[in-house]
Each structure stands twice: as structure tokens, then as C-alpha cells.
Write a protein that binds this ligand. Structure first.
Ligand SMILES: C[S@@+](CC[C@H](N)C(=O)[O-])C[C@H]1O[C@@H](n2cnc3c(N)ncnc32)[C@H](O)[C@@H]1O
Length: 443
């Protein structure tokens, strides 16, 4: 085991995009970490309080500063100040930004501890709905340097641009100097982006930068500034001609993306079929994670001849499944459906735009399929799960990035007569508290 740093929780002044909350009463104490909870925080009990202590492992003895009255019934957040005695699963965090950056908050766990914790999160969520004994495949892992999509925040103060991820539960920015999880092709653009944004942003201005590593080059979506004058567009048009395939701009998060430079096709292949994602479109975060999810979904649908893929995005599952079956893809985002529609020639695949929260497929609609795949956003698919529970579809495959909402939807399916046959856990966000999974239901 590696020796713990005496003071592993780096401090520093960073610019913030919002006003900091007023200071609360605080008290320092020494605590032992009893467990690490679902958000990745260590849990300790002291002086009648339940404390949530980030960046710790079970068995750590830590000196902490606890904020008073911060817990809203669940517990109290506590800042770790010093590791007095390391727990058995502790390692030296590999990244210099650990302890501040909100991107990876579990680098203090050695690999076996981290993998066991990740699987435990899935198991725990299912236990809470009475389904803790379901068979589970081994955890599919994603290595460092594999993240092919990132959203950075940027802020200009004076002539300096800060670019990186927000601190954990904060709007303060960590100015990235390294990132062991990001694809090197994306990280190589961090410094050129700082120079670019120094030209584009006014003093005090901010923006978000979404980068996606695609075949043909990197896709860059700039969210903000609110307007782009001609000079700014010219700067963008000349930016990183070799490495960036396409640049688009959105004045705000809700506005449509406007193309600024389309240099060459930027695409991804699903089962060998090229598809051009719309700027900023959802894409599984790594090729390894995508491969593990697709393999599990394929196994889950078995020999089904007619498949509905709900919350289909740009076709991560629809396109591979359409190699073996007739697939109907349903997705709420218009640009994603259009992109999918452009790539399906020759495949037995139809695409429909539909809001599945407001207007889920009914049990009658669903009964036309031999298998249904659903992969909702973090909130889950409450309305669609209720309709599925009333259907006769023999195989249902749920994909999720949130074990808690998956467990809630699972309970609905099981109460409707489905059996949860097995789970494939997938770790796609190395060193973060996010875990993906696939579950197979049969009736
Ligand atoms: C986790 S992503 C999965 C996408 C796709 N299955 C994939 O693996 O790439 C969830 C998808 O649900 C879509 N979505 C979100 N809310 C929706 C809604 N109310 N109705 C239909 N689709 C929705 C999003 O646009 C996104 O494409």
C-alpha cells in the first residue's frame, strides 16, 4: 500500500462563476470512516451526527472540519483536513487536481476497493427495492485516457482564461493542468482553447466547451458567449485546422447550435455504420464503455426479430441491433433522430421522434415487439416502465447511468410480473461515483 499524503486535500484560490455561500459555524474533530455512500462520500458518525466526508475510504481515520446544520436531515458535510491513519483500500491519488476537481472524486481508492465499491453501489440500489440477490456479471472496466467526450467550463479574468472542470458541488473552476481520464487528443486542445478564449471572451466572460473525439477529428461546440462578432468568427474559422473537424456555437444552452466551421465529416461508427452526431449530441463516454453496453444489450435481446429501442439517441444500440433484427428507434431529441434517419439506408431501422416522458409507448404499442431496450437519462423512465409493466413483451433490456432510478423502474417491472434475470455493471467513468448498468427482464 502507498503512504498517504499528510495533506492530500489541496487548497487554492480559484475564480468562481457564482457568489460563494456565507460561512457557517464549523467544528473540527477526528472521525473514522465506516463506509463510503452512493455519492462517493465517506460516512462517519460522531457527536450524534452522521458526517459525509469526501475523498476518504472505509477505515480511514481523518481529521475533519464539519459544517454545522448543513445536513438537511440526511447528515452533515465535512471537509477532510488530514488523513491520520489510512484505511486498507487507500492509494495515492494519481492526479494533481484530486481533492478539488469534481470530475474524479474516488482516486483515493485502490483498484480492488474502487471496483468493489462500484459493484456494491449497484447491488445496494437493488437491495433497497428487495432485489439484492440478482446474478451479476463481472464489472466491465474502462482504462484511463479513454474519455472521448468532455464539457469544460471556461472563465476569463483580466487576460487570463481558466479552463477545466468545476470543483465538487461548487461553481469554482479547476484550471486543468492534467487529466488522466481524458483522451490525450482532447487534453491536447486545453491549452490552445485557453488562447482562443482569451481572444473570444470579454473580461469576466464565461463559456462552456464541449469536445467530442470522433473519426475525422474533434468536434467542438462552444456554448457562449452570447454573441459572436465577425472578428470572433474569423478567429474560430482558423482555429486548430488539423485537429478539429467541426466547430459549432450556441449562444446559450437552450439555443440551437449554429455551424461555424465544417471542415470535414466528423463521424462515429456503430457496427461499422458511420453516423454524424449533431453538435454536442449524447454519446457513450468511452469506446470501451460503449462496447460493453452493446455486448450486454445484444445478449439481452437474444434472437428477437422485432425490437424497439427507446431513448435511442443517435443509435448506439439501434444500429448494431439492426444487423440482426427489425428495429424501431424512439428518441426525444429532434437532431438525434434526424442524424439517425440519415444513416439508416439499407438497414431495417425506423426512427421516431417522441417524448417518452409525456407520451410513452402504450402496452398495446409495445406488444408488437419481441424485445424492448430502454436507456433513459438519469431521471429514469417512470412512465415508460409503467407501460412496459402492463405489456406482454417477452424480453426487456434496461440500460441506466443511475442505479437508484433503475432500481425504482425495476420494482415497477417486477411488480408487473417481470423477473430481473441478470445485471451487467459497467464502469465507464473511472474514479467517479457514476456507474452504468444493463439489466435483463423476462416474462
Ligand atoms: C442516456 S441517453 C442514451 C442514448 C442512447 N441509447 C445511447 O446509448 O447513445 C438518453 C437519451 O434519452 C433522450 N431523452 C431524454 N429525455 C427524453 C424524453 N423525454 N423522451 C425521449 N427521449 C428522451 C436523450 O436525448 C438521450 O438521447
Amino acid at each position: 500500500m502507498t503512504r498517504p499524503a499528510k495533506r492530500p486535500f489541496a487548497k487554492g484560490r480559484q475564480p468562481t462563476r457564482k457568489t460563494a455561500p456565507p460561512p457557517r459555524d464549523v467544528q473540527e474533530m477526528e472521525v473514522s470512516i465506516a463506509d463510503v455512500g452512493a455519492r462517493g462520500d465517506g460516512i462517519a458518525f460522531a457527536e450524534g451526527l452522521r458526517l459525509f466526508v469526501p475523498y476518504t475510504v472505509t477505515g480511514d481515520r481523518v481529521r475533519v472540519r464539519a459544517a454545522d446544520g448543513d445536513g438537511k436531515g440526511e447528515g452533515v458535510r465535512a471537509e477532510p483536513l488530514e488523513v491520520l491513519e489510512p484505511g486498507p483500500g487507500r492509494q495515492t491519488p494519481p492526479c494533481r487536481h484530486f481533492g478539488r476537481c469534481g470530475g474524479c472524486t474516488l482516486q483515493q481508492m485502490d483498484d480492488p476497493t474502487y471496483a468493489a465499491w462500484t459493484v456494491g453501489m449497484v447491488r445496494g440500489a437493488l437491495e433497497r427495492v428487495g432485489l439484492g440477490d440478482v446474478p451479476m456479471e463481472p464489472l466491465a472496466r474502462t482504462p484511463g485516457g479513454a474519455r472521448r467526450r468532455a464539457r469544460f467550463a471556461a472563465l476569463k479574468r483580466g487576460k487570463r482564461v481558466w479552463l477545466g472542470f468545476n470543483e465538487r458541488q461548487s461553481h469554482r473552476l479547476v484550471d486543468l493542468e492534467e487529466c488522466p481520464v481524458l483522451s490525450p487528443r482532447l487534453f491536447a486542445l486545453v491549452e490552445p482553447l485557453r488562447t482562443l478564449l482569451a481572444d473570444l471572451l470579454p473580461d469576466g466572460g464565461d463559456a462552456d466547451v464541449v469536445l467530442t473525439d470522433l473519426e475525422g477529428g474533434v468536434d467542438l461546440l462552444l456554448v457562449g458567449p452570447r454573441s459572436l462578432d465577425r472578428a470572433a468568427r474569423e478567429v474560430l474559422v482558423g482555429f486548430e485546422l488539423e485537429r478539429i473537424a467541426r466547430i459549432a456555437w450556441q449562444p446559450t444552452d437552450r439555443a440551437a447550435a449554429e455551424p461555424v466551421a465544417n471542415r470535414r465529416p466528423a463521424f462515429i461508427r456503430f457496427a461499422g455504420v458511420p453516423i454524424q452526431p449533431p453538435p454536442g449530441a449524447f454519446l457513450q463516454a468511452s469506446a470501451e464503455g460503449e462496447a460493453a453496453l452493446v455486448a450486454a444489450v445484444r445478449e439481452g435481446v437474444g434472437q428477437a426479430g422485432r425490437i424497439a429501442d427507446l431513448f435511442a439517441g443517435i443509435g448506439t444500440f439501434s444500429i448494431p441491433l439492426a444487423q440482426q433484427a427489425a428495429v424501431h428507434a424512439v428518441e426525444g431529441d429532434e437532431a438525434a433522430v434526424a442524424a439517425l434517419g440519415r444513416s439508416v439506408q439499407g438497414l431495417r431501422l425506423t426512427a421516431e421522434r417522441r417524448d417518452l416522458f409525456e407520451n410513452p409507448l402504450s402496452a398495446k404499442d409495445l406488444n408488437r415487439y419481441d424485445a424492448v431496450v430502454f436507456d433513459p437519462p438519469r431521471a429514469g423512465a417512470a412512465a415508460q416502465a409503467a407501460a412496459l409493466a402492463g405489456s406482454k413483451v417477452p424480453r426487456v433490456v434496461g440500460v441506466s447511468c443511475n442505479p437508484a432510478s433503475f432500481a425504482r423502474d425495476t420494482r415497477v417491472l417486477v411488480d408487473g410480473g417481470y423477473r430481473l434475470v441478470k445485471i451487467w455493471p459497467v464502469d465507464q467513468f473511472l474514479w467517479s461515483a457514476h456507474v452504468e448498468l444493463v439489466g435483463l427482464f423476462e416474462r
